[in-house]
Design a protein around this ligand. Structure first.
Ligand code: ZN
Length: 132
């Protein structure tokens, strides 16, 4: 595994959150993208070695909405960059850690993604990412 690719932060209002993070980081997000495979709206801020991803769902039954519950925003997941996601999925499964999707999905920002089962990662949601 290479580095933290991004930190995903769930938010209730991505427009408001974009402004807050613009103030914090001193720069605009470089893209907004609807991710069909996850049914979420995302925006990305470049932080040199890694990125911050803001995630919003309009669906109150979505896992993002349930995760936020009454919080305004919260760190949702940590994404780790890998060079071979297929290899890492097999390696991690052999360690006894389940994955949420055996076949990598098309994620935001031109990445193949796979989430690890939070029950096997001490409750921390970890996403593997490989740039396409
Ligand atoms: Zn992510």
């Amino acid at each position: 595994m290479d580095k933290i690719e991004h930190i995903g932060i769930a938010v209730n209002d991505i427009k408001e959150a974009n402004l807050v993070f613009k103030s914090i980081l001193g720069k605009l997000h470089y893209k907004t993208e609807y991710v069909e495979s996850e049914d979420v709206l995302t925006s990305f801020f470049d932080l040199g070695e890694s990125k911050i991803e803001l995630i919003e769902s309009n669906n109150k039954d979505h896992t993002i909405s349930k995760f936020l519950n009454s919080n305004k925003s919260a760190i949702h997941h940590i994404a780790i960059k890998v060079s071979d996601i297929y290899f890492e999925i097999q390696r991690i499964k052999k360690e006894g850690i389940r994955v949420l999707n055996e076949i990598p999905k098309q994620g935001a920002d031109n990445q193949l993604i796979c989430f690890l089962h939070p029950k096997d990662t001490l409750g921390v949601l970890i996403e593997l990412c490989q740039e396409k």
